[in-house]
Design a protein around this ligand. Sequence first.
Ligand SMILES: Nc1ncnc2c1ncn2[C@@H]1O[C@H](COP(=O)(O)OP(=O)(O)OP(=O)(O)O)[C@@H](O)[C@H]1O
Ligand SMILES: N[C@@H](CCO)C(=O)O
Length: 314
Amino acid sequence: MRALRRVKAFAPATVANVSCGFDILGFAIEALGDQVTVSFNDEARLRVLRIEGDGGKLPLEADKNTCAVAIHAMLLHLGSRQGMDIILEKGLPLGSGMGSSAASAAAALVAANVLLGEPFTKAQLVPFAMEAERVACGAAHADNVAPAILGGFVLIRDYHPLDLVPLPVPEGLYCTLLHPHLELRTEDARSVLKQQVSLKDATVQSGNIAGLVAGLYQNDLALVSRSLKDVIAEPSRALLIPGFYALRTAVMQEGALGSGISGSGPTIFVMSPSEEQARRVGAVAEALYQELGLGLDVYYSAINRQGAHVLETA
Ligand SMILES: Nc1ncnc2c1ncn2[C@@H]1O[C@H](COP(=O)(O)OP(=O)(O)OP(=O)(O)O)[C@@H](O)[C@H]1O
Ligand SMILES: N[C@@H](CCO)C(=O)O
């Protein structure tokens, strides 16, 4: 078989935390994502040749761009000095809470892995993408990169050692993503979190994460709905998102299953039992934000079950 010279891959946006699963749960969405093309070079180094769609905001330096940082971690593990060129087509808004840095790293890893003849399974790529998250936001959290690579819902049962548990996706589950026109850096949104949790809050949060996982397994959307609550991160972060609680009230009145901050925000995710319901929720949210005089982008999406995948090879 002829060796590959170039691989282009896509990785989806992701919703991390999913309310009660701070740093330990995330899911992938269909609506948008990043594309990365990786090819060999003879320079024995990684080069980010071009970035499109970022408005010139992202770094081309290989030690700062999450595509190159992730591939570097992978090559280091292999003991390889192979040079690669990277082109990033950014489909995700920056600092949105939709796993922008993770999508770049995930797409780059899947492309580079295929280029190298697939020395790694998809799950084995996750630790390399976590190194990219460390560079992007100061914390090597896996709740965006794991679902971006694997698709669906992924639970991070433990980080030491990393124990990933893919979870079932209930039929009909649909997501509305409400992206207010502001940028919130994950690093800043992590800095507002309290470092101590009360026993009472730990108990409430444990009940909800267990309920959410059980709801996904049992295809029980009522249980999913009751479990979409966060008493740990949301109370501190909601203050950074204008209209957060008004939006929650409005979408719940419209029949949503639940809502929460997507990752570190400012995007708010809303879960619905059908696409039709998700669209009604979006319309209500748009009207409310218009009333508040604020800008809002709305995305509708099923849960992405495939995760990062190859688009083209040459
Ligand atoms: N390819 C990339 N290389 C380097 N930095 C990136 C890349 N893509 C995004 N970033 C930056 O990484 C930082 C952290 O991004 P981050 O993924 O935290 O944003 P986000 O979309 O808000 O996601 P989330 O809150 O879900 O983690 C942002 O400042 C963003 O501009
Ligand atoms: N779990 C991370 C996700 C960031 O997208 C956080 O909440 O900071």
